[in-house]
Design a protein around this ligand. Sequence first.
Ligand SMILES: Cc1cc2nc3c(=O)[nH]c(=O)nc-3n(C[C@H](O)[C@H](O)[C@H](O)COP(=O)(O)O)c2cc1C
Length: 183
Amino acid sequence: MDAIEMLLTRSSNNKLCAPAPQGEVLDNILNAGLRAPDHANLSPFKFIVCQNAGLDKLSNIFKQAAEKEGKTEAEMEKATKAPYRAPMVIVGICQYTEHEKVPRVEQIATTACAIQNMQMAAFAQDFNGIWRTGGFAHSQSVRDAFNLQKEDEIVGFLYLGTTETETFIKRQKSQQEHVDFWR
Ligand SMILES: Cc1cc2nc3c(=O)[nH]c(=O)nc-3n(C[C@H](O)[C@H](O)[C@H](O)COP(=O)(O)O)c2cc1C
């Protein structure tokens, strides 16, 4: 797929089934993530690629978080099922390093770019997915399960797979509303 066509048509799809990206396709996705713009080359990102038993582990983490947070039975069931909405979930974590020129927000931005790059690389190779956060990304119990330090952040859970339905390409947003030209 042409790069401009990809950037102008990119859209998420949350109806995902097996197979997950694998082999060279998955390699390309991860390497695209590692290509994210990165001030001072700090490489703040860490990706955890969950499949099969990895999804069970993630499901357990969400379930325990829901239990600890006193959620209802229905909420607990939803939490437990959440990771199985795709055959692969990549957890995108920002591991913050103190640096005089690179504030935390920039390190989170780098990790966010990495997640976007990975979703785009999946889309360009005929897979797709959706970037999710939800309460789990900020839950202390989930943070503890990933051994996050105080300033670290779960920036996203990138759900990836094969699309079950044709991806709906949304209307182009208007430049008039969102762009000012100073010239
Ligand atoms: C940081 C971030 C967190 C998000 N969290 C969620 C989420 O928890 N659940 C969800 O349905 N969509 C979430 N989204 C939005 C979807 O990833 C997606 O962008 C949205 O559905 C719009 O679709 P589009 O990407 O095709 O424009 C999040 C997006 C970002 C950038």
